[in-house]
Design a binder for this molecule. Structure first.
Ligand SMILES: Nc1ncnc2c1ncn2[C@@H]1O[C@H](COP(=O)(O)OP(=O)(O)OP(=O)(O)O)[C@@H](O)[C@H]1O
Ligand SMILES: [Mg+2]
Length: 453
């Protein structure tokens, strides 16, 4: 109770004693310029613009130009005209998450969007934008997290507090793999940010793919593609904020975001409106500064708290894995899962390309035996794929090379192992057992076992 009183007292202290306001001086595109209070504002501050018809539009300061503050609206611009009053609002934006948020869908402001009634507020206010815990105070990544998906559990084992990217072109199965993680992983709590998704898809995803059981242990933060760039960007921040609140209660949280690319695009729109010159592919330098600030918030907590395991999807435009956002995100995270269009086209889902994917913590968290097993399986895939053309053309003569013969034997079984239906879950131990059983089968008499096993 005393913490509640302390929090309330703190908030009362922060309440402004006077209300400052400026006036709208011009509106250009989505940018509102206000004059009169620019000396009291800084980037990131909030204002409330009072519209002609008596409504209010919440805006954020995104820059300054020629003696005016530049504001972007969270909603539409209807009713805003010259001379409208723009009031400064109090302290930094906060959310008050609570355990009752599980099973709910909220917007970037923590308001309900699922029609299930008001969202109950927790005791502690968490800032929407905050710094990650200092690196030297953070715990190290914890034990393995069972993700329920064979291809990831065995070939790309993920630890508690690890951050991974899921990279794929459009329509290769990013959202589907996330829905599998929500339903099949052993995480205590899931926080899912749907940032810049099409409205129809978001609804179908929540109702069909998550289903009741998936939703029951999740909080979904939703900003659809038709919402303003500020809302989309804030939805990404809010996702991390909700995850942090559960982490601070000692929970091990799985934080998923679909997609980081849309967050980057929202930031690009915001920066360009404020007049920042574009750098790479139209993305502004601020985008590349904001990405690590967002993604670093996931990870292990300080001692005494839980962890946030982060899996973030990245839309790889034009299947070019070197485009700037993919490149930047890959450099920040502790691993990447690559979904490959060629694999999806031959109908093997999830279309994880295990050779191009990597989990940087995996060699440390696995036993030697498990590492050896996975290396052998990788070797089989490499050998097969190197020879695939020749094998398909019938130009390879069985018996010419023992490793290739073994690969021809094991490869189809490993492919079948990597395929997994959406509804199917496989835990960590079962995954390793299945892989071991495959590699223990004997190839035809004239071929040897795969080297390294
Ligand atoms: N595990 C799976 N089993 C069967 N089909 C799948 C699976 N995963 C993906 N698909 C197929 O791929 C299609 C696209 O998947 P999904 O919507 O997950 O892709 P995405 O990468 O999120 O696309 P976008 O870039 O448009 O968001 C699905 O409609 C489905 O037909
Ligand atoms: Mg998708």
């Amino acid at each position: 109770m005393s913490t509640l009183i302390q929090t309330l007292m703190g908030e009362i202290d922060r309440l402004p004693t006077e209300r400052l306001f400026g006036r709208v001086a011009s509106v250009r595109g989505l940018v509102i310029e206000i004059g009169g209070v620019q000396g009291n504002l800084s980037v990131g501050d909030r204002c409330r613009v009072l519209t002609r018809d008596g409504g209010t539009v919440t805006c954020e300061v995104v820059g300054f130009r020629a003696g005016h503050a530049l504001l972007l609206p969270f909603g539409g611009l209807d009713g805003i005209g010259m001379g409208c009053r723009a009031e400064l609002t109090e302290s930094a934006p906060m959310l008050r998450p609570s355990a009752d948020w599980l099973g709910r869908v909220i917007n970037a402001f923590g308001e309900e969007v699922d029609g299930k009634g008001p969202i109950p507020l927790g005791e502690t206010a968490y800032p929407v934008r905050t710094q990650p815990p200092p690196a030297h105070k953070r715990q190290r990544v914890g034990g393995k997290l069972d993700l329920g998906v064979r291809a990831l559990n065995t070939f790309l084992t993920c630890c508690q507090g690890q951050r991974m990217g899921i990279f794929a072109g459009s329509g290769v199965g990013k959202s589907t793999i996330l829905s599998m993680l929500i339903r099949h992983s052993r995480a205590e709590v899931v926080v899912l940010g749907l940032v810049g998704e099409r409205g129809r898809e978001a609804r179908e995803f929540i109702e069909d793919d998550l289903g009741e059981e998936g939703l029951a242990r999740s909080v979904v933060v939703l900003a659809t593609s038709d919402e303003s760039p500020l809302m989309r960007r804030q939805a990404a921040y809010a996702t991390l904020t909700v995850a942090e609140s559960f982490r601070d209660q000692g929970r091990n949280v799985l934080c998923l975001m679909d997609s980081v690319t849309r967050f980057a695009m929202a930031q690009r729109e915001i920066s360009l409106s404020a007049g920042e010159p574009p750098a790479s592919k139209g993305y502004t330098p601020t985008v590349f500064a904001e990405l690590p600030r967002l993604l670093e918030r996931a990870g292990p907590g300080v001692p005494g708290t839980g962890s946030i395991t982060g899996l973030f999807t990245v839309l790889v435009e034009g299947d070019d894995h070197n485009e700037p956002i993919s490149d930047a995100v890959r450099g920040i995270l502790d691993g990447h899962i690559v979904l490959d269009r060629a694999i999806a086209e031959r109908n093997r889902y999830p279309a994880v390309n295990v050779l191009r994917s990597v989990s940087r913590t995996m060699p440390m968290c696995n036993t030697d035996d498990q590492n050896a097993l996975v290396n052998t399986a990788r070797q089989v895939i490499t050998t097969y794929e190197d020879m695939a053309e020749l094998i398909r053309l019938g130009a390879y003569r069985p018996g010419s090379n023992a490793d290739v013969d073994a690969a021809i034997h094991y490869y189809p079984m490993i492919e079948a192992f990597l395929a997994q239906a959406k509804e199917e879950a496989t835990d960590l131990e079962t995954g390793y057992r299945m892989l071991r059983q495959i590699l223990e089968t004997q190839p035809a008499a004239d071929a040897g076992a795969p080297s390294g096993s």
